[in-house]
Design a protein around this ligand. Structure first.
Ligand code: AMP
Ligand code: MG
Length: 440
């Protein structure tokens, strides 16, 4: 017997579908009647390269902000940082041992002092003298070399060395690691752990970085429901909004949810305008194909300029790009794989360029097929693959069925294989270009 909670959930479901039907009936007035359903898109088909160039033409780095340099990993530098001083700033011992004068040759020396790291200068080493010295301690005046403790013996304050030295041996010279005025990190650098260390080394505690883009994400579709709530039979859970928000965050952005808009012109238009008020970039999912309820393109044409509405690639042909009031809008397809692959190919590089990344594109490599594949006859295809290094080459193994709704085909994938259009099966071992999207 059904529990009261189940009954309540199905009642909510029925109510939601009734509201939906009502909304559909209202919005039908704004969509095309069946006899007018378009059979041909009015948008010209662009190549991936032409579409990418159209996006690049509208992308400029955002404004900058000052942040704590010592926790700035993941941010992109907005100004080149030059070293204000030499590192090291004084000559230092490179190892634990003895500081001495090379000109004294192999003669035994009197040990006159001990210098630990952090010792202050002031000691003078005269001829025939030496000082015990630890790694990183400043070299005393007069000493021009040091000898590691392993190559010495010391008894009753007398040092005997096993090897003759040249001036400079085992000494870190001034500016050996970084010279004063040297650019240590360039504008456009994506800061990683070593860079944070470098900034600390040169004493820079605040840095100018590019602002993180704010990316608003809107799901569309009468059949699309929140993943955690009830849904009528046949409805799909909104995976795209959450996947795209995660992808935007991974690309260094702040993600804003605009919820789910029903397939209704005014509702979608209002949600898009709301998104444009809050964000630098707007992503929509669904509603860009040829269906009578695919309303995104006409809305974008009304509120801004549509730069392209079709791209010759698979999966994601109806990917749309528009601008409005200086903001970027990407109309991504509804099928989950198409929306994420289109994000990788078109949106991610734009998001990286917006935050000033000097290398906004994913790296490309040559990869060999582990098994034969059949290309798409009319469009280049980005197939999801697992890339791995074996026998001196990178190999690409398909993740299985490449259907656009099969989000599981992206699970574990760390690459997108660029398969050119063609009629011939590509044999195992064929070398193709692959975009690295995860760790190898
Ligand atoms: P559309 O591009 O709106 O025609 O949608 C194409 C397909 O993608 C349909 O099967 C939708 O149910 C599905 N779809 C649309 N939006 C989403 C979404 N947010 N999450 C998961 N699947 C979706
Ligand atoms: Mg739809």
């Amino acid at each position: 017997m059904a529990s009261p909670i189940c009954n309540l959930q199905s009642a909510i479901c029925n109510l939601q579908s009734a509201i939906c039907n009502l909304q559909s009936a209202i919005s039908l007035a704004r969509s095309l009647p069946m006899s007018e359903m378009r059979r041909e898109s009015p948008y010209p088909m662009l190549s991936v390269e032409a579409a990418s160039a159209a996006i690049t033409a509208h992308v400029a780095a955002l404004d900058t902000e000052d942040v704590d340099a010592l926790a700035a990993e993941g941010r992109v530098l907005a100004a080149t940082i030059s070293a204000p001083e030499d590192v090291p700033d004084v000559p230092k011992s490179a190892m634990d041992g003895y500081a001495l004068r090379a000109a004294d040759g192999l003669a035994p020396r009197r040990v006159v002092a001990e210098l630990t790291a952090g010792a202050q200068p002031g000691l003078l080493i005269g001829p025939g003298a030496a000082a015990r010295i630890m790694t990183g301690a400043p070299m005393p005046d007069g000493a021009d070399a040091m000898i590691p403790v392993e190559l010495t013996e010391e008894r009753d304050g007398v040092l005997v060395i096993q090897r003759e030295l040249k001036p400079g041996d085992y000494v870190h010279t001034v500016g050996q690691d970084i010279t004063r005025g040297q650019p240590v990190l360039a504008r456009g650098a994506l800061l990683g752990p070593a860079d944070v260390g470098l900034l600390a080394t040169v004493g820079v505690t605040r840095v100018a970085v590019f602002r993180r883009p704010r990316v608003a994400v809107l799901a569309t579709g009468d059949e699309v429901y929140e993943p955690g709530g009830p849904r009528p039979p046949g409805a799909v859970r909104d995976s795209n909004r959450y996947a795209l928000m995660a992808a935007a965050r991974e690309a260094g952005c702040e993600a804003i949810s605009l919820g789910i808009a029903r397939d209704d012109y005014d509702g979608q238009r209002a949600a898009i305008l709301r998104g444009l008020e809050q964000a630098d970039v707007l992503l929509t999912s669904g509603g860009v194909s040829m269906g009578t309820r695919d309303l995104i393109k006409p809305i974008l044409a009304e509120i801004g300029t549509v730069h392209f509405g079709r791209v010759s690639f698979k999966p994601g042909k109806p990917t749309t790009f528009a601008t409005a009031g200086g903001k970027l809008i990407f109309g991504l397809p509804g099928y989950p794989v198409s929306s994420l692959v289109s994000f990788e190919v078109f949106v991610r590089p734009a998001l990286r360029a917006l935050q000033g990344d000097a290398r906004p594109a994913r790296p490309l490599v040559q990869a060999r097929l582990t098994a034969p594949i059949r290309p798409s006859p009319d469009r280049p295809e980005y197939q999801r693959v697992v890339l791995s290094w074996r026998e001196g080459a990178i190999w690409a193994a398909s993740t299985g069925g490449q259907g656009s709704s099969r989000l599981i085909s992206m699970r574990g994938a760390n690459g997108l294989l660029l398969v050119p259009a063609g009629d011939e099966i590509l044999p195992m071992g064929t070398e193709l270009e692959a975009m690295i999207t995860g760790s190898l």
